[in-house]
Design a binder for this molecule. Sequence first.
Ligand code: GLU
Length: 548
Amino acid sequence: MDTKILADLLFPNVTKTPADLDAEFPPRSLPEGAIVSRMAPSPTGFVHLGNLVQGITSERMCHQSGGTLFLRVEDTDAKREVPGAVQVLIESLKHYSIHFDEGATIDGDAGNYGPYRQRQRAHLYHVYAKQLVLQGEAYPCFCTEEELSDIHAKQEAEKANYGYFGKWAVWRDRPLEDIKAALDAGKPWVLRYRSTGSIENKIKFTDLIKGNLELTENDIDHVLLKSDGIPTYHFAHAVDDHLMHTTHVVRGDEWLPTLPFHLQLFRALGFKPPKYLHIGPLMKMDGESKRKLSKRKDPELALTYYRAAGFPVQSVYEYLMTVLNSNFEDWRRANPDAPVDSFKFSYKKMNPAGSLFDAAKLRDVSKNVISRMDVDTVYAEVLDFAKDFDIDLYDHLTADESYAKSILAIGRGGKKPRKDFAVMADVKPYLDFFYDDWFTVTDAYPEGFAKEDIKAALQGFVATYDPADDSGVWFDKIKAVADGLGFASDMKAYKENPSAFKGSVADVSMFLRVAVTGRLNSPDMYSVMQILGRDRVFARINAMIETL
Ligand code: GLU
């Protein structure tokens, strides 16, 4: 067949050549070794942890090497697109500190290698589509949906492999007249790749995460352009990553089975393939066994989950770092205050089989991250959470900023900061007793203490408390109250012979704690009393005495 005639028939308006496009999108001028990569998500409205894992990996590789990261919106599947999804996508990635040097933005495209939304690139794909037809490596297929399902049914009956290939590829070798007739009749067509591969053959391939692989060659005549002229993922991937000069493709390993086809395309198009990093899935323990995180079953797969739960961005980020690079935790321990960017990320440390998502570990990491924040940062984080998810908390904390900050400052700083919060939703139950309208006594005194003793301890404290005392003097006074009531002030003496005492100074402190905070556990009582002030401390203690 004269492929020139066919190419002109199919793409009469395409006048540019691949060489023209190479001139339009010249190589980037970047230093030696600079990595160019991209995030190429589909705007489905669902941004998930896997996106973030991929984004962080690409981002670190690009920016650590002085390269470029761009955002390409893969919107070729119009059916799956949700209105507003591109905006959600861009905002979520920005929220999680994935900084792009170029690509799709809320206000359009930024950069010299666009457009960065695939549906706007149809004219570019068509140049290469025409080229493949010219080379005899692509052909139109006019099969209807019914004809395709018919083929599928026959394959099923014959126990043959599924797909459009070999004898099933009914348009592969049709004469030009048939094609012309179908075109004249206005039949819709797709463009298919003419594969010369065989499933008898294996290709060898080195993935930067998975290592050396052997994959079965592709023998399917996959679709390159759909009937609306929009490419499939595969074709767009080859064309875009060539024209945008991507050096490394980081993507989920669900793409590994189609990699042989992608490599065929790169070869057919005369492109140098990028290096690939196929990331294993995020998994979780389900009973005794591991399974992939699923959109349907696991709310924690969605990024929105973390914001609503009140995880600071930095917590999620650092948690994912611990998942991605096994040495991150040690590094963090050795460099507790270093900016996270100064960690040397390496894709070589990534687990080829995928990583286990561990919710308890995430909380742990988050506690550490939050404990290292200064009070202004925590305050800003709580407000950011509360303004959307707990307006009552927001109102309380903003009513008197310095009061709120003095609470949040308790136990902050120093070598061993307190680790009270894993999420911002932990803040309210931690500090609600500081606000009179929220204060209630939720915990009862444990059994085994005489009411008279509790009462006497509370009264003894009130008799000598002076807010001007430093914490040493303050505690000495509590010890004196303890001694006076037959509670040991010396913990060592108490432990040696507990039956000689009614209890210890720890119990006396607990009497005060329950009266003042309403519960058995609270932050440091000295600080609590300093912040509440004498009048409120006394009012609460006296109210408690009334009930005894
Ligand atoms: N649009 C593809 C996806 O969302 C991108 C894969 C890739 O990065 O090439 O899975």
